[in-house]
Write a protein that binds this ligand. Structure first.
Ligand SMILES: NC(=O)c1ccc[n+]([C@@H]2O[C@H](COP(=O)([O-])OP(=O)(O)OC[C@H]3O[C@@H](n4cnc5c(N)ncnc54)[C@H](OP(=O)(O)O)[C@@H]3O)[C@@H](O)[C@H]2O)c1
Length: 255
């Protein structure tokens, strides 16, 4: 994987990536660290996987720590920020990547609790710990971002609705973020090949990935999408606070 960020461009900066023990979050953490940022790798339960990401970053000459916190648990979110700041200092880049809702046995409202309520709580908890001119990057999918105008697969619908609800709740905070000098950008991407979510959706809807690939022309893989998330952490923020990754022509734009 080629780092889209220049070496040293984030020297002295601090980043926290939620849900970075695997997948898109892990690659985003690697890119940010590769550019010089000190990175907090957050995870919910997979400590060994998070520690492996940290070990790779540190072995490559970067700085990272793993901090476990279930984002649906306010006390553990507060403790995560305390630990992050004690270790590295105020946070310059907060990537809201962690997501879920297709897990079994988490309760009916879990998607909303994680993808809406917890995202809002993480941002509110982060505010006192952010550096001046900090940036918050929210990671979402086209299937969630456009759910109000374009239907998605039934298995993903509760996740899509909850992620859009989280996005809307954070967009409602734009004036507050602006007043605090905090930038906010949403990165929306199509289905990503090779992820657990895509695999689960493919299992329930055989052929769905191939069909989407045909419609979209191509799909991004994990490291390619993570590169866009990393770029979103440093590039100028689009006027509508939204960075689209991949084809959006199959989605009805509008509110
Ligand atoms: N997959 C796709 O096709 C796709 C497409 C477009 C956008 N996206 C977006 O990209 C982001 C990452 O997706 P992904 O597929 O890489 O995710 P993933 O493989 O499912 O990874 C989820 C990460 O979030 C963590 N996590 C889950 N629940 C958590 C909680 N309650 N508290 C703290 N951490 C929690 C997991 O930690 P543990 O490992 O410890 O459980 C893991 O590190 C999401 O926002 C997703 O919507 C994905």
């Amino acid at each position: 994987m080629t780092n889209p960020l220049s070496p040293g461009s984030l020297d002295g900066r601090v980043a926290l990536v939620t849900g970075s023990s695997r997948g898109i979050g892990a690659d985003t953490a690697r890119y940010l660290a590769g550019a010089g940022a000190s990175v907090v790798v957050n995870y919910r339960s997979k400590a060994p996987r998070a520690e492996k990401v940290v070990a790779e970053i540190n072995a490559a000459g970067g700085r990272a720590i793993a901090v476990g916190a279930d984002l649906t648990d306010a006390a553990s979110v507060a403790a995560m920020f305390e630990q992050a700041v004690a270790e590295f200092g105020p946070i310059d880049i907060l990537v809201l990547n962690a997501s879920g809702g297709m897990e079994t046995g988490m309760g009916e409202d879990y998607a909303m609790r994680l993808n809406r309520d917890a995202q809002v709580n993480v941002v509110e908890g982060a505010l006192p710990h952010l550096a001046p001119d900090a940036r918050i990057v929210l990671v979402t999918s086209h299937q969630a971002h456009f759910i109000r105008t374009t239907p998605t697969m039934p298995e993903y619908e509760p996740v899509a609705l909850s992620k859009r609800a989280g996005e809307d709740a954070l967009r409602a905070k734009l004036p507050e973020l602006d007043a605090a000098g905090v930038e906010f950008v949403v990165v929306s991407g199509d289905m990503i090949e090779g992820t657990i979510t895509a695999t689960l959706l493919e299992r329930a809807n055989p052929g769905a990935i191939e069909a989407r690939k045909q419609d979209a022309g191509r799909l991004y893989n994990v490291s390619e999408f993570a590169a866009e998330v990393a770029r979103a952490a440093v590039d100028p923020v689009p006027v509508d606070h939204t960075r689209y990754v991949g084809d959006t022509s199959g989605f009805a734009h509008g509110t």
